[in-house]
Design a protein around this ligand. Structure first.
Ligand code: ADP
Ligand code: MG
Length: 242
């Protein structure tokens, strides 16, 4: 569970968030959508503790957080397993073989068997993002934060990443918050969608579905995307960029 209560956050004179409150329920998958520059990344960073609020409180049920950034953020001189291992140093500080074993297992789970020794420069964009996903899950997170993790990938790769993400979540359920620009990903994965707009940002639309994510076929997904787009147009002035 993540509570955000009466949060204010400005950068200089720019008030990005003012009196923002929201509770992310335990085990729920929430997608955050909204125009560029509205404050989506800032919300994830406040949850992760990478940014401090000017006022208000962020409370997380656990500090065991996995973070998938928009770009893979891999260390160029570390191979696949070493990159995945990075998140484990503070969790298993005194057992390097166990750390290595866990990292190799995570590489396998995201389909990187045989590539464990590869360096980032030798990997495709999709493979790099899979390493980043594996690194986030290696810590067995209670809270998973994903910032447009598939935005640089083509449709097929996005599809594969969604599948890996769903498989990993089935093994290690957690409270997940994902920023995405793609309504299709939101309908496919999320229990709840928040659409943000305005400055300071506010929740213009909150949307839930009558089918669990595993039971949404393509026709349901497209129908729901249409319904959400109409609601965004209605509630949010077409979701124009701010
Ligand atoms: P989004 O992820 O929705 O595109 P962000 O949360 O990254 O938006 O940013 C919201 C606004 O805050 C933007 O106008 C951005 O320029 C500004 N901002 C974000 N982080 C910083 C920072 N560290 N310093 C100054 N301005 C920032
Ligand atoms: Mg962002």
């Amino acid at each position: 569970m993540v509570y955000m209560e009466h949060i204010n956050k400005s950068f200089g004179t720019l008030k990005v968030i003012e009196d923002f409150s929201y509770t992310f329920n335990q085990g729920e998958f929430v997608c955050i959508c909204g125009p560029s520059g509205i404050g989506k990344t800032t919300i994830l960073q406040l949850i992760a503790g990478l940014q401090q609020p000017d006022a208000g409180m962020v409370q997380c049920a656990s500090r065991n957080i996995g973070y998938v950034f928009q770009e893979p953020r891999l260390i160029p001189w570390c191979n696949v397993v070493e990159n995945i291992e990075m998140g484990l140093f503070h969790i298993i500080p005194e057992d390097p073989p166990e750390r290595r074993r866990r990292a190799a297992e995570m590489a396998r789970r995201v389909g990187l068997d045989g590539f464990q020794d590869y360096y980032p420069a030798q990997l495709s964009g999709g493979m790099k993002q899979r390493v980043s996903l594996a690194r986030a899950f290696a810590v067995e997170p209670d809270i998973l934060l994903l910032d447009e993790p598939f935005s640089s990938l083509n449709i097929e790769l996005r599809d594969a990443m969604c599948n890996y993400l769903q498989q990993l979540l089935a093994l290690k359920p957690c409270t997940s918050v994902m920023v995405t620009h793609t309504l299709e990903d939101a309908v496919r994965l999320a229990d709840r969608l928040l659409y943000l707009r305005d400055r300071p940002c506010r929740i213009a639309l909150e949307y839930t579905w009558d089918r669990p994510s595993g039971q949404r076929d393509m026709s349901y997904i497209y129908q729901q995307m249409q319904a959400i787009s109409e609601k965004i147009d209605l509630n949010c002035d077409g979701g124009r960029e701010t």
